[in-house]
Design a protein. Sequence first.
Length: 278
Amino acid sequence: MSLLGRGLLYLSLTGCIGASSIGLVLLRGADPSVRIHRWILVMGSLGLVSLALLGAGQFAAFRDPFAPWQEDLGLLLSTDWGHNWMIAVAGFVLLVLAVLWIGARSPVLLLPLALALYPPFSGHAAASGDWTTAALLADWVHVVAAGLWLGALAGLLYLGRNSSEPPLVRALGQFSLQARMSVAALLLSGAFASWLHLPDPGALVETPWGRMLGLKLLLVSAMLVLGAYNWRRLSPRVDEPGGPATLVRAAWGEVLVGVLVLSATAVLAGTATPESLP
């Protein structure tokens, strides 16, 4: 249950960040019929579902089934996990309400989104000793960059599923720049996290965390190859007959690999790092 909850949480955060960038940057002047708010509502609701699953898993693991309900409340009010969980719930609830109240094109959405982003930074990064602050910052950069690349791409494809002029084509120039900057941030923050948690190169194959990291790196490499191909070979042909449809189909493949990357990340977050092993 916790694994599924983490996976859905990462998917939701990635989608919300990407959708926000679509509304605020990529399609800022687009026709209002492009319903970005619906996509954010779907992703925000998915975030609440993921937190419900994470909460149920945490209670199942740590609560005393014979204890009064007041002790369950104490798990929320007196633990770091409980504080983080409540902050995340508040963030997603406020995000959904903000979209319903003011739409999806207001910078105000960044405030509840920042609250929803808080919990992922209480995992491995929060137990990094002298490097905790830098590790938390790297985690933040990693999640935001994933949203600006994968989340924005998925959102553009979703919005254009019944459109004769795909939003991905309209926003191609800006998205390409955003994606390249996001890739650079992902690689730098990921390299720092790997250096922080891998005591030696051998841990990459000798520990469960290292092997899962290796799988994630392979998937990220595949996504980079697909993205580079789409950018260098298909994007220049977008004005040719059939060009937009070909680009959209290839971009869906990129998104599919990205979902596998998020799944590997969810497993990685629940696996003990090499330096924490006895």
